[in-house]
Design a protein around this ligand. Sequence first.
Ligand code: BGC
Length: 410
Amino acid sequence: MARDLKFPENFLWGAATSPTQVEGHVDNEWTNYVAADGGHCRVACDHYHRYEEDVDWMARLGVNAYRMGIEWSRLQAAPFAPLNRTELARYVHLLDCLKAANITPMVVLHHFSNPPWITSAGGWLNPAAVPAFVDYATKLVAALKERVCLWNTFNEPDTYASLTYLLGGFPPFHKWKFLAYRKTIRHMAEAHAQAGRIIRRDGGFGGRTPEVGIAKNWTSFGAFQKFALWDHLLAEISHHAFNRFVLDEFLGGRRREASTFLGVNYYGRARLNHFQALVPTNGVSHERLKQLGIVCDDMFERHPSGFGTLLKKFHRRYGLPIYITEHGAASTDEDFRIRDLTAHLRELRAAMDDGVDVRGFFYWSLLDNFEWQFGYTKKFGLLSVDFNDSELPRKMTRVGEFYRSVCNRS
Ligand code: BGC
């Protein structure tokens, strides 16, 4: 890798996962869900039992950070209940294994899944979810503050709310319920504001100041054809609904004080052609995308230059330190994934040279895993997992080796 890609010494080089996608043995709204490929998340990567082995793999990868979720449904059996001691002890042990390997944890409190009692009470449409979440966060921070300093309240609230209430991709699979989408975002933003203040107030330990933020997915929308006014209009509406409205709710006005950083999940862009998004996740074939000259992984159009532009824009607008909480590519073509990563790291380096305060980068994902509605077909892992073998063996990929060289160089 080119020498110009040197990063500061204290930069966090991490890998990311989420509980439903890797742990297995969860009891939430995804437990009985069967994905497009017939897969389900009941065992996933069995990270629940194999986390010690996975920490060894992280050490071999040379990462110094791990963005992991804590599964709320394991910790509280009812609203305001005390935290489940056995499950808490397991997470504490995982955090201790990370510490022994010199790996800094970033803990995500909500990554697309809820305890069954939240779901049966109407999910995030019910304002009662807000105090319940804040109670959970308060108890968890008190229990883990000696071990965790970096907190991520919500992962991609925009993705969660749009796939549950607009696009029908996540349970409860509703479509075009705009008011429900807005309500979900508003309740999550309020929960973030309250939990963020508590984390900042109570989360310090041993002279360390706690850090807290959301992870915002950023997809930029545009028209594929220059003169297709209708596509420009739809792109503008999508941008407003998924980006501007969400950021205003989470970071606007006094709510800004609840966050010490902004997490950015960046994968690419979606261009519209006669109201159709030209991306593989929308069912458009690779052949067609290739004909149109669109470069994609198995999910989205890649757009590295948009990454640098975005980072500068966030820096100007919010002035908050930034963590790249997710970037990665899904493909079985490892050369493609390496090129994609290199291009994005160059953009990141250039933005930092221009003064953007970026503190860390977390590759999505540590492991091939359960990719929600698509099941096990999307290969994002630095480590591959053989899901046809009941032992679920992990194997270093070439992307993983490449990432190791990035982590070691800085
Ligand atoms: C989510 C992950 C997901 C990844 C790849 C992000 O939107 O946070 O859960 O696996 O993108 O699609």
